[in-house]
Design a protein around this ligand. Structure first.
Ligand code: PMP
Length: 415
């Protein structure tokens, strides 16, 4: 905030497809789909029209108790029809973090009402990002997001993201009778784009969770809605989790929307019994205008077959960013699983020369390409309508930004 308030703001005034414009009329390639969410690209008037129509019929009404509305029910049907979850049910929310908290509370209550009140412990992975609500801040796999808030939620632990053995060891250390759920992204996104260590990883994870009676919660907030070529990303690994958390691409961000898909088994204690053992819900859950935006967005994903198109883009992006691997400023390139990539700067650049990813981000932006800086890497996650020429433009601009930042640091060196 300090930096933002001191400098001039970057005003985004208009967006169309993969492009956005600032208040000087300069054009930029949106290399990050805003914050990982604009899967269908900007300026889709059919989504705006669907929202307008919905708002003029029914602006909004709560879905508390037995209240319901058409768009919320239809969206739920559509999501459950595609979810790789056994006998799926859906809870709608307004975003990712809210959905994570919903899933975490539901996991704990599930065990509570089925006679295992001790099962409260939640396990997540290094680099995992699960939003910044109460539970999300507590299970996040990046220490810097947890510090400074006083005691957060107890009974949580973080394991290395690349080890099934570490998961099982942690479950045994805590005691399976105390562990409620394990949270994992199909590909770690905000933590730096880390695909699973191998194609067999998630199958093994699911097996360990099942064997020890731990609910397996997949966070598909980034990976869903065609970014990995499927509805929820995790399909690539052939497993059926107990819950899937989604947001972002479900509406491509045109309006805030998210939710949790829950297996029938986990839903059953709440579904088929009197009373209300899960006192949880929010004002805007099932908002009809947001659900209308979501459905218009799903129409586009299906009609333009962005599920298939994105697999081609995945390969193209992989090939293009790997060309940067030999750049002296680059330490590692991670890509090739989903339409996302990380270009990590070398430790020579970061630690010896003191170059920051923010410098590269600003340099690339001044050259017309938006990337996302995290502490050690520049992240790329374009809309799923990007062309090969635009990918080349993105990577070429990143290369020249790296050159320019490197040259500026050379110039600044004494002697
Ligand atoms: N989970 C993942 C994997 C995410 O990437 C994010 C947001 N970047 C969230 C959860 C939180 O979503 P929101 O910001 O909508 O709360």
């Amino acid at each position: 905030m300090h930096d933002v308030t001191r400098t001039q703001k970057f005003m985004v005034t208009r967006a169309e497809g993969v492009w956005l414009w600032d208040d000087s009329g300069d054009r930029y390639l949106d290399g990050t789909a805003s914050l990982w969410y604009c899967n269908v690209g900007h300026g889709r008037t059919e989504i705006a029209d669907a929202v307008h129509q919905q708002m003029t019929r029914l602006d909004a009404y709560t879905v508390y108790g037995d209240f319901a509305n058409g768009p919320a029910l239809e969206l739920g049907e559509r999501l459950t029809a595609h979810a790789p979850v056994v006998d799926p049910r859906v809870i709608l929310t307004c975003g990712g973090g809210e959905s994570i908290d919903t899933a975490a509370k539901l996991a704990r209550r599930y065990w509570g009402v089925t006679g295992h009140p001790g099962k409260t412990h939640l396990i997540s992975r290094t680099g995992g990002y699960h939003g910044l609500h109460g539970f999300g801040s507590s299970i996040i796999g990046m220490e810097r997001f947890r510090a400074g808030f006083g005691p957060l939620i107890e009974d949580v632990s973080v394991i290395p993201h690349d080890s099934v053995e570490a998961l099982e060891a942690e479950i045994l250390r805590v005691g399976p009778e105390n562990v409620a759920a394990f949270f994992a992204e199909p590909v770690i996104g905000a933590g730096g784009v880390y695909p699973p260590p191998g194609p067999e990883y998630f199958g093994a994870v699911a097996e360990v969770c099942r064997r020890h009676g731990v609910l397996f919660v997949v966070d598909s907030v980034i990976c869903g809605f065609a970014r990995m070529g499927t509805w929820f990303g995790i399909e690539r690994y052939g497993v059926r989790p107990d819950m899937i958390v989604f947001a972002k691409g479900v509406s491509s961000g045109y309006l805030p929307l998210g939710g949790v898909i829950v297996s029938g088994e986990v839903a059953e204690p709440f579904w088929n019994r009197p009373g209300n053992p899960f006192l949880h819900g929010t004002t805007y859950a099932g908002h009809p205008a947001c659900c209308a935006a979501g459905m218009a967005n799903l129409d586009i994903l299906e009609r333009e077959d962005l599920f298939t198109v994105s697999l081609e883009i995945e390969a193209q992006l992989d090939a293009a960013v790997r060309q940067l691997a030999d750049h002296p400023m680059v330490g590692e390139v991670r890509a090739g699983t989903g339409v996302m990539a990380a270009v990590e700067l070398s430790s020579e650049a970061l630690d010896e020369r003191g170059i920051t990813t923010a410098e590269v981000f600003l340099e690339a932006r001044s050259r017309g390409v938006i990337l996302r800086p995290v502490p050690r890497a520049l992240l790329v996650s374009p809309p799923l309508i990007i062309t090969w020429e635009q990918i080349e433009h993105l990577v070429g601009t990143l290369r020249s930004a790296l050159d320019a930042v490197s040259a500026a640091h050379d110039g600044a060196q004494p002697g």
